[in-house]
Design a protein around this ligand. Structure first.
Ligand code: ADP
Ligand code: MG
Ligand code: ZN
Length: 486
């Protein structure tokens, strides 16, 4: 950000809810089914078909509302938002109106010290979260010039989470988005797949001279289907707008799209082309009323939230923020880590393996932790051996871990069968050190004369004599002691 200017950013996120059925009909809410196979008169918008609200979607919205400490409206309504597009079969979208089920919540994020002046958490307000239905999907690139419409997604429940313009840098926007993403995945209400559009973000962005009270004219950037794109698009847009203001020109209120290939935002539609949606209350749906007992039931059903988990792990295991955040990426990953940590009796050891070899293996296969063939018990067996220094890290990584993956038995059995147990018997190491010192009188004299750098050579000789199975830390220690003696 150029000196003298400040960024003002507010994100609108569409969270696709993982309900079993669609928002207003009994069709399955699934991706990957044959086109138009998950449809019925309601989601096709046939005349006379009546919508009925999905109670599971309401419970999920309540869960999010409580997790962000928002107010839950005891009564809210649905509206018709009219526009014409081929993938919108009814000619209108059913969405919540001026009052939303969830209002005035917040998420706390670390805050960007470069713009806040200090390292301190900042509270980003959530203006509202409202329920609405998704549209179908248009395909313009399937065959030649023809366009195709798939209505499987039409009527799928969305929770639109509208953040206040409280974010002050692209980095903060990205942190907020990741925190919200962890939350909805952690609550189990969204699969969190950005690429497939289960978690869609529109970024509203403006700049203003530092010290001014009002906001500048905002631009809405669409089409941001990765955390990286959000950051890049915002940085590009902040630079573009600042340059305009510095030149004395003004920012146009418009919608822009992120062109990832070109690395720039492009005008999609200007304010003049803005539509009048002619909102009016949906006459086919009753008011959505929430009883206090429903709120209490939703509160009781809340799991431990990702941010609470992250705090607990950092305190209990001394993990870094990034490490803990990565471990909290999904409930299944978190549960696996937690099981290994407690079975192995080492949070740090478990974290190192989860963030290292386990993640690397999953990434290579593009598989989720649910498909990982090694049980937490089996991995904990390996972690225990390494932590106890019975097994060297190199042998653990290169031999035992692949053998565990291949199903060759427990870590203990693999180590025994392959003779990999590390020698941490001080007496045995002292013997080897004595032999190596005797065989290398030259280097020993030089080291004693002050040439410390030669010590590594002797350590190497001892490790070699131990056929790579010696505890390197112990070798260093014993060698140091032996050299210190005259
Ligand atoms: P709309 O419904 O037309 O998108 P809203 O007033 O509901 O308009 O605002 C939507 C989003 O725009 C919110 O996330 C809000 O934080 C953000 N926003 C509003 N004003 C600004 C501004 N001047 N700069 C950046 N973001 C803004
Ligand atoms: Mg908007
Ligand atoms: Zn349907």
């Amino acid at each position: 950000m150029k000196a003298g200017y400040e960024a003002v950013i507010g994100l609108e996120v569409h969270v696709q809810l993982r309900t079993r059925s669609k928002m207003f009909c009994a069709c399955q809410n699934l991706t990957g089914a044959p086109p138009n196979s998950l449809t019925c008169p309601v989601c096709l918008g046939l005349p006379g078909a009546l919508p009925a609200l999905n109670a599971e979607a309401v419970r999920m919205a309540l869960g999010l509302g409580l997790a962000v400490e928002a107010e839950i409206r005891p009564c809210s309504a649905f509206y018709r938002k009219q526009y014409f597009y081929p993938d919108l079969p009814k000619g209108y979208q059913i969405t919540q109106g001026p009052v939303a089920l969830v209002e005035n919540g917040h998420l706390d994020i670390p805050g960007d010290p470069r713009v806040r002046g200090a390292e301190a958490p900042v509270r980003i307000r959530i203006e509202r979260a409202h329920l609405e239905e998704d549209a179908g999907k248009s395909h313009h690139d399937l065959d030649g010039g023809a366009s195709h419409v798939d209505l499987n997604r039409a009527g799928v429940p969305l929770l639109e989470v509208v953040g206040a313009p409280d974010l002050r840098s692209a980095a903060e926007a990205s942190d907020y988005l990741k925190t919200l993403h962890r939350l909805v995945v952690g609550l189990g209400i969204c699969d969190g797949n950005l690429e497939e559009g289960s978690f869609r973000c529109d970024a509203n962005v403006s700049v203003r001279p530092i010290g001014s009270v009002g906001f500048g004219t905002r631009v809405e950037v669409k089409n941001l289907n990765s955390f990286r794109f959000v950051r890049q698009a915002l940085e590009y847009e902040l630079a573009r707008q600042t340059t305009l203001l510095e030149r004395g020109a003004s920012v146009q209120m418009e919608t822009r799209g992120w062109d990832a290939a070109a690395g720039e935002t492009r005008t999609q539609r200007t304010k003049e082309a803005a539509m009048d949606y002619r909102y009016f209350p949906e006459p086919d749906l009753p008011l959505l009323t929430i009883e206090p007992a429903e709120i209490e039931a939703a509160r009781a059903a809340l799991p431990e939230l990702p941010e609470q988990r992250i705090r607990r792990w950092r305190e209990a295991y001394g993990l870094g923020l990034d490490e803990a955040q990565t471990l909290a990426q999904s409930p299944a990953f978190a549960a696996y880590f937690e099981a290994v940590a407690s079975l192995a009796g080492s949070g740090r050891g478990a974290a190192a393996w989860m963030l290292g070899e386990v993640s690397r293996t999953l990434n290579e296969c593009g598989a989720p932790i649910e498909a990982f063939p090694v049980t937490p018990e089996a991995l904990a067996g390996l972690v225990r051996l390494v932590e106890a220094r019975t097994l060297g890290f190199g042998a653990a990584k290169d031999q035992v871990f692949p053998a565990l993956l291949a199903g060759e038995g427990t870590a203990d059995a693999i180590v025994a069968a392959r003779g990999l147990a590390q020698v941490s018997d001080r007496g045995a190491i002292e013997g080897l050190v004595a032999r190596v010192l005797e065989a290398n009188p030259g280097p020993v004299a030089q080291i004693r004369g002050g040439k410390e750098s030669l010590k590594g050579f002797l350590v190497g000789q001892v490790l070699k004599a131990g056929q790579g199975r010696l505890d390197a830390r112990l070798v260093n220690e014993v060698l140091g002691e032996a050299l210190a003696k005259p």
